[in-house]
Design a protein around this ligand. Structure first.
Ligand code: 11C
Length: 341
């Protein structure tokens, strides 16, 4: 049982993590191709423990015929052009862009939360991977929703600059250095200075005053977890390289004590509860880098509403928020649907 797998966007932050995670999880691979835009054609990328060298192929000329799975980690414009071609060639696309997430014929999957929805993938041969801030939140919410039905969520995010790609990481690094040496720290990728600052703005503004990142958290949570859950989000960029954090306030239909919530979260798939209620007894983003889990800390009752809980949730946005979830979808697809090759 092994598959022919393509990683599209293999030279980017997420594409590289996809290759790392395919190797780390020993995904059954018969053949692997690293594909990217013409800028990277011919570059070499190392794959797996043996350091197998993959020569980057040009997406414009890549023929997806005969390939089983394509993990796409390119922007919506390239996805729009090439994902339908791959899907039409019989290769199942697992897409990390936002392009297809809300398409009713495309399942939006977090394997710990809504694995059964994957069965609808055949309508377009495409499966969507959620936004990073949604993915980690629904992993934490799912077991609490199963236990006591979530009615409403108020979330504030603290999102790392890697969510904005390599350019975002470079900007934080350069601005920090420039400020130390007294050079100008002009914003380029972000709209304001990100070093030693926070910016309450991710993605474009919508007519109602929310940003698209905030809208994504609302609609994607409904599609993945439950359309009845009300969500309101404030998404904020912070000067952290990798790892998104979220302060999540939850209103439940039924009573659930903090102690019972901790017990449930301790057993929940994909969750690692670190909640000691003492100095340092919680997880911060730098500690979650390179990990698979969605970490939950600071679980407590919110006495200002009926059946309220508050918690802190941290995860590696390049992993659970993107590459890991995509590889988990590929694993689920293999188990449920693909022919054993
Ligand atoms: C960020 N969450 O942190 C974004 C990155 O819709 O897949 C991912 C955007 C998306 O900037």
């Amino acid at each position: 049982m092994a598959y022919r797998v393509v990683v599209v966007g293999a030279t980017g932050n997420v594409g590289r993590e996809m290759l790392n995670i395919l190797a780390e999880r020993e995904f059954p691979i018969k053949e692997i191709a690293a594909v990217a835009s013409s800028r990277s054609t011919g570059d070499e990328i190392e794959f797996g423990e043996t350091g197998q060298k993959l020569k980057v192929k040009n997406l414009e000329h890549f023929d997806f015929t005969g390939w089983d799975i394509a993990l796409f980690a390119v922007g919506s414009t390239a996805t729009k052009e090439y994902a339908p071609k791959a899907a039409a060639a019989g290769c199942v696309v697992i897409d990390n862009s936002s392009l297809y997430r809300m398409d009713p014929d495309v399942p939006l999957i977090v394997p710990e939360v809504n694995p059964d929805a994957i069965d609808g993938y055949k309508a377009r041969n495409i499966i969507a991977n959620p936004n990073c801030s949604t993915a980690q939140m629904v992993v934490a919410l799912k077991p609490l929703h199963d236990a006591a039905k979530i009615k409403r969520v108020v979330v504030s995010t603290y999102q790392s600059v890697s969510g904005a790609g390599k350019a975002g990481m470079d900007e934080l690094f350069e601005q920090s250095r420039n400020i130390f040496v007294g050079d100008p720290a002009e914003p380029k990728k972000f709209t304001k200075q990100i070093a030693f600052n926070v910016i309450p703005h991710i993605d474009v503004f919508l007519d109602d005053g929310y940003t698209k990142e905030e809208w994504k958290m609302v609609v994607e949570t409904k599609k993945i977890l439950d359309p009845k859950i009300k969500v309101t989000a404030t998404c904020v960029r912070v000067p952290v390289f990798v790892g998104h954090s979220e302060s999540i306030n939850i209103e439940l239909e039924d009573e659930l004590s903090a102690e019972d919530a901790q017990k449930i979260l301790r057993e929940a798939p994909g969750v690692m509860l670190v909640d000691k209620r003492e100095d340092g007894g919680y997880v911060t983003p730098v500690e979650c880098v390179g990990d698979f889990a969605t970490f939950v800390s600071r679980v407590r009752e919110d006495p200002t509403v009926e059946n309220g809980l508050a918690l802190w949730c941290v995860s590696d946005n390049l992993r659970k928020g993107a590459a890991l979830n995509a590889v988990q979808i590929a694993e689920l697809l293999g188990r449920r649907h693909l022919k054993k090759g």
